[in-house]
Write a protein that binds this ligand. Structure first.
Ligand code: ATP
Ligand code: MG
Length: 441
């Protein structure tokens, strides 16, 4: 009886991996064999195992090796012709298989935090210790891959229990202090899965959020967490949650989830959906749109400080600064009933990124009353079409026509483009006629 139960147990555990596509399952078996030959223990670990337990789709694998993970990764890369990137400091390696599949291989380790909020130092350790340094019980799970243990689930902290109870729970009281990024991770998982923060965890989180721990996080680390959160399927509730937990002040102490901001943020999904339907080729960084929406009512000084705090790239910084008053100004003109030539719309919008245009739309969707939304959509559609318009003539042609090179080239070509966009001229010959006319005049 006992034996049967053990067999049955083993079967259910194997079933966990059987949810993987055949090809991936096969690969894991081979890797398990390879590890065994080298006397190493190999595990699938963390979020991947959580997602298997949740029956969610798996994208990439995270593996961990009791022993030298990097050496094992080299072996795997050789055997499968995979690309390899090694991160010595974190004792990890990333593999890119020829079919595009990605895999991280780490060394099981313990981490020590010399100071709160900075990256830890790492030392090799057992799988048990490795699981004990993880963020939440639902992520502190592993599945062994060695042949005789293939499919054995390691769940020392009750991860399965918490998955069933739909709970996010830290492993120890100092968790958020060790690593305040876990505050944002907690919200990310809570919102993604529709789980709840466990009672003590929520208290620890609130405690950590009431100190200046998050302030000590570096710009890139904070940026990473915020953008990951805003890249989730439905960031609106996550942003509201940040507001509720008084976490927005870490982007800027004067940033607040006011009713106005909330209206704009809430309108973003609608604007994004319209945009994706209408312009399927425009690739939008959704997280940036949400970040812009969040700061859309803030003054330029506040936005500039947020850009610095998050150490945003120059390109993102440009988007963000366009987000406030410039969007408002453009919106005012675009929703004005008075006629606007297509070239005027073009000139007004040409400096905006597509993200800023989505924000512009979201602002109008959220406006009360929601006037002239159709006019705005028409003008946006027209603009997106006109973005592709080019003049036939170039600077070289102007030179051939006897015009001295200089700043007037830009003016003339710009005027030609306007006439093209407005449909006044349509051919190469039209352009030449017009240039001659201007030169004569
Ligand atoms: P996602 O589905 O968003 O990728 P994930 O759980 O896989 O979520 P990753 O950031 O990919 O998260 O990290 C993989 C695993 O590494 C996590 O499941 C967790 O076990 C561990 N981990 C990641 N970040 C931390 C952290 N800040 N503190 C502790 N453990 C972490
Ligand atoms: Mg992951």
């Amino acid at each position: 009886m006992l034996q049967w139960r053990a067999v049955k147990h083993r079967m259910t555990q194997n079933d966990l991996l059987r949810r993987l596509p055949q090809k991936r399952l096969f690969l894991l078996r081979e890797l398990g064999n390879l590890a065994d030959e080298g006397g190493l223990s190999l595990y699938l670990v963390g979020g991947v195992v959580r997602d298997l337990l949740l029956k969610r789709e798996i994208w990439d694998f995270d593996l961990t090796v009791e022993g030298d993970g990097i050496a094992f990764a080299r072996l795997v890369a050789d055997r499968y012709g995979a690309g390899l990137a090694v991160f010595e400091r974190f004792a990890t390696a990333r593999l890119a298989f020829p079919d595009g599949f990605k895999m991280d291989i780490a060394t099981t380790r313990r981490e020590s935090y010399a100071q709160p909020a900075v990256l830890p130092t790492v030392q090799p350790a057992s799988i048990e210790e490795d699981l004990s340094r993880r963020d939440f019980t639902i992520n502190a799970v592993a599945v062994q891959l060695n042949p005789w243990q293939f499919g054995r689930l390691l769940d020392p902290y009750g991860g399965q229990h918490d998955l069933r109870a739909r709970t996010i729970r830290v492993l120890h009281a100092g968790s958020f202090q060790d690593d305040p990024t876990r505050i944002f991770r907690a919200i990310r998982f809570e919102q993604r899965f529709g789980f709840r923060l466990e009672r003590i965890t929520v208290r620890l989180l609130a405690q950590a959020a009431s100190t200046n721990l998050i302030q000590q996080l570096s710009g890139p680390r904070l940026q990473n967490e915020i953008l990951l959160l805003f890249d989730e399927h439905d960031p609106v509730r996550a942003i509201a949650r940040l507001g509720q937990l008084k976490l927005l002040r870490f982007l800027h102490r004067r940033l607040d989830y006011t009713e106005n901001v909330k209206r704009v943020v809430t309108a973003v999904p609608k604007a994004l959906a319209w945009w994706a339907r209408r312009f399927p080729n425009s690739v939008i960084q959704r997280s940036i749109v949400y970040l812009m929406a969040l700061s859309s009512e803030s003054s330029p000084v506040v936005v500039a400080a947020m850009i610095r705090r998050l150490a945003l790239s120059r390109e993102r910084a440009k988007d963000m600064s366009a987000g406030g008053r410039r969007v408002d100004h453009a919106l005012k003109r675009l929703t004005n009933k008075g006629t606007m030539r297509p070239s005027q719309v073009y000139r007004l919008l040409t400096d905006f990124s597509d993200e800023a245009l989505v924000l512009l739309l979201a602002k109008q969707v959220s406006a009360q009353p929601r006037a002239r939304l159709n006019l705005l959509k028409r003008r946006l559609a027209e603009y997106m079409k006109n973005k592709a318009v080019k003049t036939a003539l170039t600077g070289r042609d102007l030179q051939a026509m006897g015009l001295q090179p200089g700043p007037q080239y830009k003016i003339i070509l710009g005027k030609l483009l306007d006439e093209r966009i407005d449909g006044v001229i349509t051919t190469d010959a039209d352009e030449r006629v017009l240039v001659r006319k201007w030169l004569a005049g």
